[in-house]
Design a protein. Structure first.
Length: 175
């Protein structure tokens, strides 16, 4: 078996990638433009900590106006989901082990998702990414509603494909 030696262009590309990632870590993220009165409007523009407990965040449920953008605790799996809502479209990055050290974040499983909001439901197509050990994909259906305290909560109502263990999402503040 022969050993492949990286070429100079490949090394240069990797160096640029690492420099870009380092720059992203050093610079605060900017918040997207959101509607006035949205829970997101009052948030800091700095990137949240990762690999830290995610404290529950009070976000009253309003079925006529909600913005899902932000960090969400995914339980009972102990996961963290970073959601981005643009109109009726939702994107996410989901990682296991939210309370573990940053090096362990997403090592058991890590996935990305893309979905559409219809009324008070979301249908999300998701797929594992190589950071995690588990490999899977499918579609998960969520309802947008309120918990027993009247705060917004997402609840799994159905799924197809690989087993999707998270059943409940609640807004949280990492760190």
């Amino acid at each position: 078996m022969s050993t492949r030696v990286p070429t100079r262009p490949a090394i240069a590309a990797a160096t640029v990638l690492f420099a870009a990632l380092a720059a992203c870590q050093a610079a605060p993220a900017t918040a997207p433009s959101v509607q006035s009165g949205s829970p997101v409007a009052a948030r800091s523009t700095a990137s949240p900590d990762v690999g830290a407990p995610c404290a529950p965040k009070t976000v009253p449920f309003n079925p006529n106006h909600f913005d899902l953008t932000g960090p969400w605790a995914g339980d009972p799996e102990g996961a963290i989901f970073y959601l981005r809502q643009i109109g009726t479209t939702v994107w996410w990055n989901a990682m296991s082990s939210r309370a573990d050290p940053p090096i362990a974040l997403g090592r058991d499983w890590n996935n990305v998702g893309h979905g559409e909001i219809t009324d008070l439901a979301i249908s999300v197509d998701w797929a594992s990414v190589p950071r995690g050990q588990e490999v899977g994909s499918g579609t998960v259906t969520l309802s947008i509603g309120k918990d027993s305290s009247g705060n917004i909560q997402l609840t799994k109502t159905g799924e197809t494909g690989s087993n999707f263990g998270v059943t409940r999402w609640t807004p949280c503040t990492p760190g």
